[in-house]
Design a protein around this ligand. Sequence first.
Ligand SMILES: Cc1cc2nc3c(=O)[nH]c(=O)nc-3n(C[C@H](O)[C@H](O)[C@H](O)COP(=O)(O)OP(=O)(O)OC[C@H]3O[C@@H](n4cnc5c(N)ncnc54)[C@H](O)[C@@H]3O)c2cc1C
Length: 385
Amino acid sequence: MDALDLPRPAWMTEDLVLLEEQARRFIASEYVPHLDEWNETGMYGREVWTKAGGAGLLCPAIPEDHGGVGGTFAHEAVIARELSLGGFDSFGAPLHSGIVAPYILNYGTEEQKKKWLPRLATGELIGAIAMSEPGTGSDLQGVRTTAKKSGNGYLLNGSKTFITNGQHANLIIVVAKTDPKAGAKGTSLMMVETDDAPGFRRGRKLAKLGLDWADTSELFFEDVKLPAEGLLGSEEGQGFVQLMRDLPQERLIVCTAAIGMIERALRLTIDYVKERKAFGKAIIDFQNTQFELAECKSEATIGRVFHDHCVERHIRHELDTVTASMAKYWLTDLQNKIVDRCLQLFGGYGYMDEYPISRMYRDARVQRIYAGTNEIMKLLIARSL
Ligand SMILES: Cc1cc2nc3c(=O)[nH]c(=O)nc-3n(C[C@H](O)[C@H](O)[C@H](O)COP(=O)(O)OP(=O)(O)OC[C@H]3O[C@@H](n4cnc5c(N)ncnc54)[C@H](O)[C@@H]3O)c2cc1C
């Protein structure tokens, strides 16, 4: 299964090895048989979430008294890698578990944690985070959505786009201005429970180049009434600081998906070139194939080692923004490069939808764009020079 023949990283405890095996079996039996069907319908069902919750694959880093299993980021990483190895890159669970839930855990009041975390862990609630707007993505200070004080609570107005889990999500963190004149210091994270939110509307599931089954969507908020606890935490104006603190983890999750896809692409390609023949011999017997795959395997190994280094530092709470940005830009660039080289070795079949490498080629592209574009990553790294 493992295309890189690497020993397990030091952070993989026995407990995590068991989780890896359990997640692999669950994904193989519950999700993999349906991937083609979801590919045709362009969507996976709501039950995919509750099944993941039932199997303990959602929010594993949430403490037990809040409904999780009391794990660490390593648990998130194991599950996210298995989803990519299984070919379910379109599933928004890593964002739900590794991005949305931690905001609540790290910045929510006790009441907010009690109210939302257990239901995120079961899949009763599906999380999304809505930062990007039609007019602003990289420059989050330009957000125009507002949350104005109204009575004891807030009135939320604005629109968001490109939001992962946009059709299924019923608990959405919305980046909004509570004080539009104060710039970054006027930004807050607002919590919207959409099951009872008049004025909230979902736009269409956006048609896109890849991640076909992901319900990436537009969202609209028109005078949506929020109670006082609709503000995440107890102090307005903390949104930007909260976002900046949690971004390294968001980037690392993208890296884990990248490394999972790289390993899968290599495994599928090595199998294929051993089977396929041209000019009377297997494709693997051409020196060009061997050199291509030798380079891909070497670079993938470097990538995996860097990834594991970052995970280990993150578990110790020592992963800084600059290193996380290096990992995000470098590993997602590498992912695109390796998947492209692998696809070439499939010849025409690599271009056909029924071959997973074709889907991987399309799915990989967005990794260089979301969670901060790779250009923004380089800006952050450059500040450390
Ligand atoms: C499939 C998908 C899922 C997504 N999911 C989510 C989600 O769940 N939640 C969410 O909030 N957003 C989500 N996004 C949005 C994503 O985070 C943004 O698209 C991304 O941050 C870039 O913003 P933008 O599209 O507005 O591009 P822009 O900011 O307009 O950038 C355009 C180009 O200019 C470059 N650029 C911008 N500023 C600079 C600069 N200072 N220096 C050099 N170059 C620069 C960029 O790198 C890019 O190449 C998703 C996007 C996609 C495609």
